[in-house]
Write a protein that binds this ligand. Structure first.
Ligand SMILES: *Cc1c(COP(=O)(O)O)cnc(C)c1O
Length: 386
């Protein structure tokens, strides 16, 4: 009898766990080595031995991390940067004077600050639109002039959900690219490129790294064409490539992405249900709850779970919310998101007086701890504060 072999394609979770089945051909090592070299020797014909020349263009460890993310995203090419902001800056560097960008009114504040800077100094026009309004992107776009439609889904800190297929259609009808900030929905749950986005952006500092020990940004491109080549050149000239050690940490983090996401999602769902109806909680904002306005679209396009990001609207004028963030003993009061440890943040206090985030809002990044410990912690802090 012939031995039957499995011939079904491997699932993304399997490929990620094995870092694309990495086995060192010489040593048999199952963990990739870190290649720290900043320069690469040429051969006897004075040609590069492989494609590596100089570390500012990337190197073997960087390319390995890029390959793992490209595989998850279904991308023709992924480029890694030293931080999410470095990737955003490179993307905006491709704009020319007179170009128009449609971007969300409520989006990652660093990206918005950079967009304002570029607009003022380079003659780029920007229209900010409301992501909660399904007609928002279409109304903001200018046919022929718009270069980028920027979306963020789920979007900080209300976790508004954008219908990526509809946004892609609106962008392409106007001749623009769809740029999707998918930091809060990594490719274990959402593949924006498969839904029509041209560029999927991730702050890999967050879920992809997953351990709050690196900063990195990824641009995954649907097409390996002129834009990819320009971004590669910009990255090289700006010197904003990810370092080899961070790329290695990122590969390590990506191996547990699916597992971490699953646990963070089930913890967040348990917390959301436990907080609904708490006397000190006026509203729970979580796309996994059926009454969230984006729930139906989130369920359709986030097929691996809703993740660990949720916000609580606490009763009172904001002072109770701020006290809750001071009184938790398991949730750590810190910014950032997507790590194994749970974080709590009073965004209004962090963003300052110009912030449009309501003072009653608390943002939670739920980690992989025991759900009962997290719920008990929030409950005691809400009781002590209220
Ligand atoms: C953190 C974050 C960024 C910026 O990424 P850095 O890695 O901090 O530079 C961009 N967008 C979103 C949604 C983020 O949460």
């Amino acid at each position: 009898m012939t031995q039957s072999r499995r011939n079904a394609p491997l699932s993304p979770a399997t490929r990620a766990a094995q870092a694309l089945r990495h086995i060192d051909p010489v040593t048999g090592s199952v963990t990739p080595a870190i290649d720290l070299s900043s320069t690469f020797a040429r051969d006897a014909d004075y040609a590069p031995r492989q494609r590596y020349i100089y570390g500012r263009d990337g190197g073997p460890t960087v390319e390995h991390a890029e390959a793992v993310i490209a595989d998850l995203d279904g991308a023709a090419r992924t480029l890694l940067f030293a931080s999410g902001m470095a990737a955003i800056a490179a993307m905006l560097e491709t704009l020319r004077a007179g170009d128009h960008v449609a971007a969300p009114r409520v989006m990652y504040h660093g990206g918005q600050t950079w967009l304002h800077r570029v607009a003022e100094r380079r003659g780029i026009e920007v229209t900010f639109y409301d992501q909660a309004d399904p007609e928002g992107p279409k109304a903001a776009l200018r046919a022929g002039q718009s270069r980028i439609l920027w979306i963020e889904t789920p979007a900080n800190p209300n976790w508004d959900i954008v219908d990526i297929e509809a946004a892609a259609k609106a962008a392409h009808d106007a001749g623009a690219l769809l740029f999707a900030d998918c930091t809060a929905a990594p490719p274990c749950t959402l593949q924006a490129l498969r839904l029509g986005a041209d560029v999927a952006f991730h702050s890999a500092t967050k879920y992809m790294g997953g351990h709050s020990d690196l900063t990195a940004g990824a641009l995954s491109l649907a097409v390996d064409g002129d834009l990819a080549a320009e971004l590669r050149q910009v990255r090289s000239l700006m010197g904003s490539v990810i370092a080899a050690f961070e790329a290695w940490l990122l590969i390590r983090g990506l191996r547990t992405l699916f597992l971490r996401w699953e646990k963070a999602s089930s913890n967040a769902m348990a917390i959301a249900h436990a907080m609904v109806g708490h006397p000190n909680v006026a509203q729970v904002l979580y796309p996994g709850l059926p009454d969230h306005p984006g729930h139906a679209i989130a369920r359709a396009q986030m097929q691996g779970g809703f993740g660990g990001m949720l916000s609580l609207m606490v009763t009172g004028d904001g002072s109770i919310a701020r006290d809750v963030a001071r009184f938790t003993e398991v949730f750590i009061p810190a910014t950032s998101l997507g790590g194994v440890e749970s974080l709590i943040e009073h965004r209004k206090a962090v963003e300052g007086p110009y912030s449009i985030v309501p003072p009653q809002l608390l943002r939670l990044s739920v980690g992989i701890e025991d759900a009962a410990d997290l719920i008990a912690d929030l409950t005691q802090a809400l009781e002590r504060a209220g």
